[in-house]
Ligand binder design. Structure first.
Ligand SMILES: [Fe+2]
Length: 396
C-alpha cells in the first residue's frame, strides 16, 4: 500500500515537473537564504527572547516620523531598558548617516541592532552594522571601492512597510550627496540575522506609501522572475509574490485597516525580496535610478513608471514563461498583464507619464544614458539605447 501510494505521488510529481520543465531554462543554479524569517501578526512581541540571544545592548534604528508613533515606544519597551533609539534615518539614507549611526552603536557598546521601518532604516542599519566594527567612513565602501571584510554586528529587521523586501536581501541603497552617487551596495554581511515580519505594523501606512511600496514589491516579483539569472526556487517565490499583489493591493489601498490585505501584501513583499535577491532585478530597476536621482521619484513609483512598458517590451522574448507570469497575476498573456499593471497604477494614484514628473522631450537622451546600470544586462530582451529611447517617448 505504501509502495503504491509512493508510486502515485512520484508519477504525479513527474507529470507536474514535465508540464513545467520547458519553463526551466537554467539547469545549474544555486539557492541560498541565510536570514531566519518570523512571519505573522504579533511576531514583534517575540523581540525580548530574540534580543536575549545576542547579549543585550540593542540599538533601535528608525526615522523621525516613526519615532513619534506608538509602535516605536512599544518596540523600545520590548527591547528592554538597555536599548537606545537612533531616529535620524532620512528617506534616502546617506553615507554620513551610516557613519553617525555606526558612531552611536560604538558609543553605546551595542551588540545587536534592530531596524524598524521601511527600506531606508533597514538599509542604513545594514551598512552601519559593518562600519561600526570595521571603521568608517562608510563612503570608502560605497563609492571608493574598498571591500568590507566579514565582521559585523547582528541585525534584526522589522519592516513597517510592504515593499522593499530589504528584510531578506543583502543590498543597501545609499546616497553620497557630495559625490552625487546614489547606488546599491551588496555584501553577505548585510543579510539580517532575523526578519520579523509583523503585518500589524503596516496598518498605519498612508495610502500613497501603500501604493508606492506595493508597486515596488510587484516589480521585484516580476523582475526576479524574468531576470536572466532566474532559477526555479526564486521563480516560485516571485510568481507567488506577483499573485499576492494582484490579490491584495487593491483591498489594502481601499481600506488600510484590512489586516487580511495587509498580511497578503507583507507576504508579497517578503516573497518578492526572496524572489529577486539572487537573480537580481533588471531593466525596470535600472531605469528607476535616474528617475529617482534626477526627478526625485520615490523608488516604487519610479519602478511603476516603466513596469507595464517593459512587460510589453519583454513579452516577445518570454514565451511560455511569460504566459506563466501573466497567469500568476490572473491574466491570459503579457499584454493583458501590462494593461492590469497600468490600471493598478491609475487606481493607486501614481504618475503614469514622464511629463507628470518633470521630464521633457529634451531630457530623454540624458535619461537613456543614465539608465544603463549593470542590472540592465539581466533583462530577458536586450535593451538598446534606441529601444529605450522609444520606450521613454511612449511614456512622455
Ligand atoms: Fe525595488
Amino acid at each position: 500500500m505504501i509502495r503504491e501510494l509512493s508510486l502515485t505521488v512520484c508519477v504525479d510529481l513527474w507529470k507536474k515537473f514535465s508540464r513545467h520543465s520547458s519553463l526551466i531554462t537554467h539547469t545549474m543554479w544555486n539557492y541560498r537564504q541565510p536570514t531566519d524569517i518570523r512571519f505573522g501578526v504579533g511576531t514583534r512581541k517575540t523581540l525580548p527572547d530574540v534580543i536575549a540571544k545576542f547579549g543585550g545592548r540593542p540599538v533601535l534604528v528608525t526615522d523621525a516620523g516613526l519615532a513619534s508613533m506608538a509602535m516605536t515606544s512599544e518596540v523600545l519597551d520590548l527591547l528592554g531598558p538597555s536599548a537606545i533609539l537612533f531616529a535620524e534615518v532620512e528617506p534616502n539614507p546617506t553615507v554620513g548617516t551610516v557613519d553617525k549611526l555606526a558612531e552611536t552603536i560604538r558609543g553605546h557598546l551595542g551588540d545587536v541592532v534592530v531596524a524598524l521601518g521601511g527600506g531606508s532604516s533597514l538599509d542604513c542599519a545594514k551598512a552601519a552594522c559593518s562600519v561600526a566594527i570595521q571603521g568608517g567612513p562608510a563612503r570608502k565602501y560605497h563609492s571608493e571601492g574598498v571591500a568590507l571584510d566579514s565582521r559585523h554586528l547582528p541585525l534584526i529587521a522589522v519592516p513597517t512597510t510592504a515593499g522593499t523586501g530589504s528584510e531578506v536581501t543583502p543590498i543597501a541603497v545609499l546616497d553620497d550627496p557630495e559625490k552625487g552617487i546614489k547606488a546599491p551596495i551588496a555584501h553577505d554581511n548585510f543579510y539580517p540575522k532575523l526578519a520579523i515580519v509583523d503585518p500589524e505594523l503596516t496598518l498605519t501606512v498612508p495610502r500613497h506609501i501603500t501604493a508606492i511600496t506595493g508597486l515596488d514589491a510587484l516589480s521585484h516579483g516580476i523582475e526576479g522572475y524574468w531576470s536572466k539569472n532566474h532559477q526555479p526556487i526564486c521563480d516560485l517565490m516571485a510568481l507567488e509574490s506577483v499573485r499576492l499583489v494582484f490579490r491584495h493591493l487593491s483591498a489594502a489601498l481601499a481600506n488600510g485597516s484590512d489586516i487580511k490585505a495587509r498580511t497578503g501584501m507583507s507576504l508579497a513583499a517578503l516573497l518578492g525580496g526572496l524572489g529577486f535577491q539572487l537573480p537580481k532585478n533588471a531593466a525596470v530597476h535600472a531605469c528607476s535610478f535616474p528617475l529617482s536621482n534626477k526627478y526625485h521619484m520615490p523608488h516604487g513609483s519610479a519602478c511603476a513608471m516603466t513596469l507595464d512598458h517593459f512587460v510589453r517590451f519583454n513579452s516577445e522574448s518570454m514565451g511560455e514563461r511569460g504566459i506563466a507570469l501573466a497567469r500568476a497575476a490572473g491574466f491570459a498573456g503579457m499584454n493583458d498583464l501590462a494593461d492590469g499593471i497600468a490600471e493598478l497604477k491609475a487606481e493607486a494614484g501614481l504618475p503614469t507619464t514622464l511629463r507628470e514628473v518633470g521630464v521633457c522631450d529634451n531630457n530623454i537622451d540624458e535619461l537613456v544614458k543614465n539608465s544603463f546600470h549593470p542590472i540592465m544586462g539581466n533583462n530577458p530582451r536586450e535593451v538598446t539605447p534606441d529601444a529605450l529611447r522609444a520606450l521613454y517617448l511612449e511614456m512622455l
